[in-house]
Design a binder for this molecule. Structure first.
Ligand code: COA
Length: 163
């Protein structure tokens, strides 16, 4: 049997900005990559928090969230292509959701491109439900406009954290 890989999760730190920008650029084929400066600005905000996942010491993915009072938002979530379909996004999302619920968050929202089937399936499996649409919200690198689906998770409506 192959040896099991070592997976670790830790909170994001301000000096993770460059690593997050690298992973974001590798992960999103369509979306404009977010720069290290953008990540640094977000990480400096007291309302932002997130998690970094390493597999065998290599950066594999991250989640970045924002919390204001009882409302949370998933700003972005990415797993690098070679580390996908191993449950990493599910781990990141479940841990971030549990952390936000522990902080008193009752409603979590996010936006996802309507044509992003893997992400929509992930969020649905964690209890997020469609709640609206923003037409032409994303501009892809090829210049195409794509609608954003707004998804909402209400605490107590099944976050997928324990199941
Ligand atoms: C979406 C993404 C984060 C999933 O990461 P991942 O680590 O491969 O996901 P997991 O292995 O944890 O999968 C969890 C669930 O998500 C869904 N899912 C993930 N990848 C999928 C795919 N390619 N096709 C269909 N469903 C998929 C499934 O429901 C899966 O559960 P299952 O394995 O029991 O079927 C990853 O593909 C990614 O980084 N994509 C680019 C960035 C992005 O779209 N981010 C989200 C929008 S903000």
């Amino acid at each position: 049997m192959p040896p099991e890989s070592a997976i670790s999760l830790r909170p994001l730190k301000p000096d993770d900005a460059a690593s997050l920008a690298r992973m974001h650029a590798l992960s999103f084929a369509q979306e404009r990559p977010w720069s290290a400066e953008e990540f640094a600005r977000l990480l400096a905000m007291p309302t932002c928090r997130g998690l970094l996942l390493e597999e065998d010491g290599r950066l594999a993915g991250f989640i970045l969230c924002q919390v204001a009072d009882r409302e949370g938002e998933i700003l972005t979530l990415a797993v690098v292509p070679e580390s996908r379909r191993r449950g990493h996004a599910s781990r990141l999302l479940a841990t971030a959701m549990a952390d936000m619920v522990m902080s008193g968050v009752q409603r979590v929202i996010l936006e996802v491109a309507v044509n992003n089937k893997p992400a929509r399936a992930l969020y649905e499996s964690h209890g997020f439900r469609p709640a609206g649409r923003r037409p032409n919200y994303y501009l892809t690198q090829s210049g195409e406009r794509v609608d954003a689906l707004i998804m909402v998770h209400i605490s107590g409506a099944g976050c997928g954290c324990d199941d």
